[in-house]
Design a protein around this ligand. Structure first.
Ligand SMILES: *Cc1c(COP(=O)(O)O)cnc(C)c1O
Length: 357
């Protein structure tokens, strides 16, 4: 399968021009990208080509109606020099589910994994080696048909780009500040909240901007019907430790099923913690905070890894968690997950795909 991927390499790498001491998140892209097209009900010409602009007509349906899905995962260079991609098989599965929801043709998981491994291998010199840094991998599939009719397209393009990144949140900021959003919603029952699709993000920008102006880094979304139940943070899933018990919102179709979320639940359970997935009223969290039972809150996602939540603002009240510090479970999970990603911890579930380079 790998040999089926055509290769067109850049004449000269741009890597030397990149300031690896000041990496942001997703603003520098590696030399190459993976590309293929869906035409006549088949994927064609998987290839690796120089990263760069693509052409499309102004009436490309993806621009107008948002028929596109994406994924996000990371490759790490361990202390042993080996390159590991964290759970890409899960990304392949979730991408297929997102494709179904958006009427986008699925990609064979074998092709998905082969394309990504090949791309990361080709640009392996770009994988940063310092702790906290990684190569972010962003696959996207979008309509590539020119039409303004509202219907599923017949042509699509898949691209995978890669970007050397530091962790998503500023490390000088110890904990995330959240505004609990009780006016706007991210997703509704029966909507696209469980699919990784741009439209979910488009609708979240305005409330996120309002939160930013009020001094909060992110929005904590509540359910789309009653605005009473905690959902997620938008690029990470949320966990609370209340009276020693870990709780996280159950997946009911409006929350993105995070792969980091899954890893967190698995690691906690096999280390003797009880984790309950259920509906969580925001009032419960407020009450727990008032009576001292709220011990930790953290977000889990590929970009953010595990990020402690320090403040949640709800109806004019600021809930403080663990004096803005990373709690013991939060810190333990961060160490476990980054340890597995860097090859420093046992990986009993085979979560990492070690590249043959
Ligand atoms: C990607 C994403 C997450 C986190 O999922 P991971 O697989 O852990 O990266 C959480 N919420 C939303 C809306 C997302 O798009």
């Amino acid at each position: 399968m790998l040999s089926d991927i055509e290769l067109e390499l850049v004449p000269r790498s741009r890597r030397e021009a990149v300031d690896f001491d000041n990496l942001g998140f997703g603003n520098v892209f590696c030399d190459h990208m993976f590309s293929m097209e869906w035409e006549d009900a088949e994927w064609h010409r998987p290839r690796i080509i120089p990263y760069g602009p693509i052409t499309m007509e102004p009436c490309n349906a993806a621009l107008h109606y948002g028929q596109s899905v994406f994924e996000g995962m990371k490759a790490f260079r361990g202390g042993d020099g080996r390159v590991r991609i964290f759970r890409p098989d899960m990304n392949a599965r979730r991408l297929a589910a997102s494709c179904d929801r958006l009427c986008v043709p699925q990609v064979d998981p074998e092709m998905f994994l082969a394309g990504i491994e090949r791309l990361v291998s080709v640009d392996q010199a770009w994988i940063p080696a310092r702790r906290g840094e990684s190569l972010y991998i962003r696959p996207i599939i979008f309509s590539n048909e020119s039409h303004l009719e509202v219907r599923p397209s017949r042509s699509f393009r898949m691209l995978v780009m890669t970007s050397p990144v530091r962790s998503y949140f500023d490390e000088s900021m110890p904990a995330v500040t959240l505004k609990v959003e009780d006016t706007y919603t991210r997703a509704a029952p029966g909507g696209t909240g469980a699919a990784k699709t741009g439209g979910n993000y488009a609708g979240s920008l305005y409330p996120a901007e309002l939160a930013r102006r009020e001094g909060y880094m992110q929005v904590l979304w509540l359910d789309g019907i009653e605005h009473r139940y905690v959902e997620e943070v938008g690029a990470m899933n949320i966990f609370f430790r209340v009276n020693g018990h870990i709780v996280t919102p159950e997946l009911r179709g409006s929350i993105l099923p995070g792969i980091t979320r899954d890893a967190v639940i698995t690691l906690l359970r096999e280390n003797g913690h009880e984790v309950v997935e259920r509906r969580i009223r925001i009032d419960e969290i407020v009450d727990a905070s008032r009576n001292g039972a709220l011990e930790e809150a953290f977000g889990a996602g590929t970009a953010a890894v595990i990020s402690p939540v320090g403040t949640m603002a709800y109806k004019g009240e600021e809930i403080r968690v663990n004096a803005n510090a990373s709690g013991p479970v939060t810190q333990w999970l961060y160490d476990q997950i980054t340890g597995i990603q860097l090859g420093e911890q046992q990986d009993p579930h085979g979560w990492c795909r070690v590249l043959p380079i």
